[in-house]
Design a protein around this ligand. Structure first.
Ligand code: ZN
Length: 428
């Protein structure tokens, strides 16, 4: 169709739209007028988009050289209309198919150029908007929210398709960009940091989610609170992934320091097996938690006394006086059975972790991260989305959304959409 003719028709359509609104006798209030404008604007937008695609398609280059076989010509087969779902509605786009004369493969070079989705029928901008919604909300709620905000109704199968195809695209993109990631990782350390002072600090944590009919532990690890890795599997897998991540980030030349929390025993097992000789440090928050718990029993009606007791013990631990603290604890002779039991537990805890309670050297280099970061990640990545009441998961869906949420944490998701020309605008 002729460009000028299309413009003229669209201008007529816009004029109609404006007249309809201005002359409508029932749109007195700002709210009703605004809603009517919004609804009609969608229709106009749809027509503009359809016109744009109608004009774009004939401009495509002749695709007579096959990309798969050098110096081989491709034969034009046919042109078909595809109708992907966009934010403006379903548009119809003519797409050509060619046949490689060399290997016989059928080729659709227009797909990439025109942004026709390879998998499913939802265009990128729909997926980019839907992804963060379903990363936070269960499907049904996500679809409902999405429909209200964008006017695009997704079937539950459509939603499933977005999750799968986006997770696959993201994975492919991440694999292709490992090199760039390494550069970005090295840059993330910042030019102001003295590299000789740096250690790679790591933290790990796990959380249970109901997947495939049973409770399983999803594990998350972080390095410097800047990169996160998650697995639904053994602690071994997590350790392997983290070693990979250190390499990808270009940090393998940095000395390793280790901060791990006193949670599951697997954390220590992994630390011993995969990072032998690396310092193991008990997280500060956790040791103070254990002391706090005991102090509450010791001084049930005297919060100030409890606090003073904890501060004194923490201070001694910070000065590496673990032996003194242990001796002081062992000298205590509480007369209540509950207190006796709690004391025995506390002593056991300090003894078990004796070598992990040290002065907080890593904290002084300014880059260390407590297990707070990884626990934050666990809460943010897993608990908020995966541990809702009655929520049950299947492994593929769980892993896809898990990967998304991790990717959002380190900004890969944003970079992924930006690489497809869809930089995500964040408010503020
Ligand atoms: Zn070929």
């Amino acid at each position: 169709m002729d460009h000028d003719l299309i413009v003229e028709q669209l201008l007529d359509r816009c004029k109609c739209f404006i007249e309809n609104i201005l002359q409508a006798s029932d749109l007195h209030s700002v709210a009703t007028a605004s809603r009517a404008i919004f609804a009609q604007l969608r229709e106009v937008a749809y027509e503009v988009l359809q016109a744009k695609m109608t004009l774009e398609a004939p401009q495509l280059e002749r695709a007579d050289v096959a990309p798969c076989c050098p110096n081989t010509r491709a034969r034009y087969l046919h042109t078909r209309l595809v109708s992907p779902q966009t934010l403006c509605g379903r548009v119809h786009i003519p797409v050509r198919t060619f046949l490689c004369r060399g290997c016989g493969v059928s080729l659709r070079p227009d797909d990439r150029h025109l942004g026709v989705p390879e998998v499913g029928d939802l265009t990128d901008e729909v997926r980019a908007l839907y992804a963060p919604v379903v990363a936070e909300q269960p499907h049904r709620a996500a679809n409902d929210l999405f429909h209200r905000c964008t006017g695009v109704a997704l079937s539950s199968r459509g939603a499933q398709g977005i999750i799968e195809s986006t997770a696959q695209d993201l994975q492919r993109w991440q694999a292709e960009h490992e090199g760039q990631e390494a550069t970005a990782g090295a840059a993330a350390l910042g030019s102001g940091d003295d590299v000789s002072e740096l250690r790679v600090e790591m933290a790990m944590d796990g959380v249970m989610a109901h997947i495939d009919g049973r409770w399983q532990e999803a594990k998350v690890g972080t390095i410097l609170g800047r990169r996160y890795v998650g697995v639904l599997g053994s602690a071994e897998e997590l350790a392997v992934r983290r070693t990979q991540m250190i390499r990808e980030a270009g940090w393998e030349h940095l000395p390793l320091g280790e901060i791990v929390r006193d949670g599951a025993p697997w954390i220590w097992t992994v630390a011993e097996a995969h990072f032998p000789g690396v310092r193991q440090t008990l997280d500060y928050d956790h040791r103070s938690e254990h002391l706090d718990d005991f102090a509450q029993l010791l001084y049930p009606h005297n919060p100030a006394g409890a606090k003073a007791w904890v501060d004194q013990k923490l201070g001694a631990l910070l000065k590496n006086q673990v032996g003194e603290v242990l001796r002081a604890l062992k000298r205590m002779r509480p007369w209540k059975q509950a207190l006796c039991d709690a004391l025995a537990q506390l002593i056991g805890y300090v003894q078990r972790n004796r070598t992990r309670i040290r002065s907080q050297e890593p904290w002084q280099c300014g880059l260390a991260v407590g297990s707070g970061a990884v626990e934050g990640a666990c809460k943010h990545v897993i608990q908020r989305r995966f541990k809702r009441v009655g929520m049950r998961w299947k492994p593929p869906g769980f892993l896809h959304v898990f990967a998304w949420r991790l990717a959002r944490l380190h900004g890969t998701f944003q970079a992924f959409w930006a690489s497809r020309g869809l930089a995500i605008q964040t408010p503020g």
